[in-house]
Design a protein around this ligand. Structure first.
Ligand code: GLN
Length: 446
């Protein structure tokens, strides 16, 4: 009731929720009460959380931030939604997001932009900006989110939160609407690393319904939270501190490095030589995969359908023309072009080869260090409209986060001080399935 009341009073300002599920929340809270009374000791039992509107929820609209799915009610729950239900968590509602998770500012949502609670003239980041703003404004204690190229970590940085993108395959994506399937990963936005560990404990499961889900043993992600950092080696990639990084952001990150040294960690300068190729490779691969994934929205089976189609081609054209926004159309066009006959080898294949080199950079790095540390995004939150007319400027927001998705590694952003009263994020990248260690490295800083 406390959170529902706060949402009512304040979300008119932030626009962080697309749908508030008041009735269901009260019923779930009631059920959680009974479970607690019966001795249930799951730490999430009775804890309210919000789900990004990319996760399917039975009987409740799942819009993915798009007019295309404004009327879509999924007939099933995403596996992670089910996992949180099993843990006894209470769903407050579905959070706002960039349309089909494409964006870094939450300005492409059909439901309007989300405001950054730290400065309402500024964007909260994207595409999980609604989840980030909801947690930052205390309209939810924690939220689920998804990260294809930075969509958990960049909004975490801009809203002073902890954002975790687990290893590709650690968390089921069944029921998470697909954007770029070889990159998409579900994760969490919370205030602290300890909260992230608790959330990941419930979220992670092996799921035969997602063929990319890896059957690795599950861990208690809170178990290592007390470990000392003595003997830990942190790699600092020189490429993450070059041109384009705001000098004050760099200062905050340098100060964090000193904190880690004082905690007993050793720092080591490393090189990730293919870093400059991450954004170009991503903006071939992600649009290519999105053009294939989004072909299912054809006005026939579900989603928006135009009025009075003349024939089948007209139905496809107008339904898609009316249902998708500009950024989604831009990606579909780029992706279709990159995959078309005669161009496939030049663009898509080449990008996949570059992706392999980017992954190898990290494999080499993790032969020398335990975690990699750098900034999450090049500068703090920017004002609405500042980058929306310049897609390339917007794409560069993810210059430090995208390589992690291309390599499939776990990444995390934690608060690291302020610049001009705006939050700065510190990024930590771990080796495959090293979430426990990564969460402890974050926890020790907090
Ligand atoms: N900002 C990136 C994009 O627009 C990443 C989005 C995401 O991680 N979902 O594609």
């Amino acid at each position: 009731r406390h959170y529902l009341q706060r949402i009512k009073e304040r979300d008119g300002t932030y626009n962080s929720y697309i749908t508030v599920t008041e009735e269901a929340a009260l019923a779930q809270a009631e059920a959680a009460d009974q479970r607690l009374a019966a001795g249930d000791d799951n730490p999430l039992c009775g804890i309210p959380i919000a789900h990004k509107d990319i996760f399917c929820t039975t009987g409740i609209r799942t819009s993915c931030g798009s007019k295309m799915l404004d009327n879509f009610i999924a007939p099933y729950d995403a596996t992670i939604v089910e996992n949180y239900q099993k843990a006894g968590a209470v769903m407050l509602g579905k959070t706002n997001m960039d349309e089909f998770a494409m964006g870094s500012s939450n300005e492409t949502s059909y439901y309007g932009p989300v405001k950054n609670p730290w400065n309402t003239n500024c964007v909260p980041g994207g595409s999980s900006g609604g989840s980030a703003a909801a947690v930052a404004a205390l309209l939810a204690p924690a939220a689920t989110a998804s990260d294809t190229g930075g969509s958990i970590r960049q909004p975490a940085a801009l809203c002073n939160l902890t954002g975790l993108k687990p290893t590709y395959g650690r968390v089921s994506r069944w029921g998470m609407i697909a954007f770029a399937s070889s990159l998409d990963q579900a994760g969490t936005l919370t205030r602290t690393a300890e909260d992230s560990a608790i959330m990941l404990n419930a979220m992670a499961s092996f799921d035969a319904k997602d063929s990319t889900c890896v059957d690795e043993p599950l861990e208690d992600y809170t178990a290592k939270l007390g470990d000392s950092l003595q003997g830990l080696t942190i790699g600092i990639p020189e490429e993450y501190f070059g041109e384009g990084l705001n000098p004050q952001t760099a200062e905050r990150v340098q100060a964090a490095i000193k904190v880690y040294e004082s905690l007993g960690a050793t720092t080591k300068s490393i090189s990730l030589p293919h870093t400059h190729l991450a954004v170009p490779a991503y903006y071939v691969i992600a649009p290519a995969e999105c053009s294939a994934n989004l072909s299912r929205f054809d006005g026939v089976r579900y989603g928006h359908r135009c009025d009075d189609p003349k024939d089948l081609a007209d139905l496809y054209k107008r339904s898609r023309g009316e249902g998708f926004g500009d950024e989604v159309k831009r990606r579909i066009l780029v992706g279709t072009y990159a995959l078309s006959a005669g161009y496939y080898d030049a663009y898509y294949n080449k990008a996949q080869q570059v992706r392999r080199l980017i992954k190898q950079d990290f494999v080499d790095a993790f032969n020398q260090v335990d975690v990699v540390l750098g900034p999450t995004s090049p500068s703090p939150a920017f004002e609405f409209g500042a980058k929306s007319d310049d897609p390339v400027a917007m794409y560069l927001e993810d210059i430090y986060t995208i390589a992690t998705n291309l390599a499939g590694l776990p990444g995390l952003s934690i608060p690291c001080g302020m610049v001009d009263n705006k939050p700065v994020g510190l990024q930590l990248i771990g080796n495959y399935f090293a979430e426990s260690k990564l969460l402890n490295v974050a926890h020790q800083f907090q």
